[in-house]
Design a protein around this ligand. Sequence first.
Ligand code: MG
Length: 260
Amino acid sequence: MDLKHINGILCDLDGVLYNDGVLIEGVVDTIKALKQKGYPFLFVTNTSGITSHELFHKLEKMGIPLQEDEVLSPPLATRDYLVKHNFKNAQVLASSSIKEMIYEKIEQNIENPEAIVVGDIGKNWDYELMNELFLKVMNGSKVIGLHHGRFWKASEGLRIDIGAFIKGLEFATSTTSVCIGKPDKSFYESAIQKIGLNASELLMIGDDIIGDIQGAKEAQLTAIQVKTGKYRKELTEKAIVQPDIIVDDFNILNTLLEEL
Ligand SMILES: [Mg+2]
């Protein structure tokens, strides 16, 4: 497949540019080279524990050449979603920095919120909280998840993730929630709008067959899967949606986009 139609790059972070916080060799030079060729970048990630602003500083510290407006993660995309869909108020369950960022544009309402935004609150889940949220949803509040993760891998082992609590609320109330992160279409729509190009001109590069590849293809983007990070041959082979190209790692992008 040729990539003549590509004018911009959406790039996942974890597993593409770094593993366990350690940069993959060559990625800094590759990003610089691609930017010099005139390709705009948007770094798109499901990282939800910190704001996009905090994430930008973390990436900058790692040495990744980027500007703050080149990062899109679920907390910011959630605020965009609330604004776009005319939510006037919300209750946000997330870190204090994420709450602050969302409440800048959306009024806080704990009593009777139009939306309940569910982010990462660690061990603060219990019966009382679930029941409180259950009652609010029964009363009309809409649940909006920063993502629908089933579980995640902490240093001490696997831990249940917010998707399980969100699905529990859906089950108890017979409602459906909104999911903001990849692979959701609204996340890709925010990304397309933010980078300011058409879907057909964009390339998504990622390691996750569902979040990155399926999500990008469903949003009509060209999708490249890297064999680094969480890539597993068997998962890709049995996936319904296939990447346009599978490459060894991110650095090959420089060669692929040079052959034009
Ligand atoms: Mg990844």
